[in-house]
Ligand binder design. Sequence first.
Ligand SMILES: [Zn+2]
Ligand SMILES: [Zn+2]
Length: 126
Amino acid sequence: MNYSKQRELILKTLQENPVHPTADYIYSVLKKELPTISLATVYRNLNQLAEQGKIKKIEGLDGSSHFDHTIHNHYHFVCIKCNKIYDIPYEVAKDIEQKVSAMTGLEITDHDISFKGICTACQHKN
Ligand SMILES: [Zn+2]
Ligand SMILES: [Zn+2]
């Protein structure tokens, strides 16, 4: 199987699993379809896709890198019970860069917000 075909399958697997999977998770799903694929190949392709801006790499949520097929701006919420990552709309903190800039005089080029708590599914388990 050629490289571009592999990459296509990796991207497809990510799009079909919108739970912000890790490379390990994508590897475990892909292995069923492509027994010869290696974890290193999955990693390399995911990193290349992220560098090309086709997907997003999310770091610092729980110690491992997660991948996101949603590339428009949004925030993340990590459930402290089930560790699932949910998307939070960008609109919750719309003018945040302008506000920070106005308050501090700093020139903001990027920002990152993540939320932690208990998701609705876990709240209902109690
Ligand atoms: Zn949860
Ligand atoms: Zn996301």
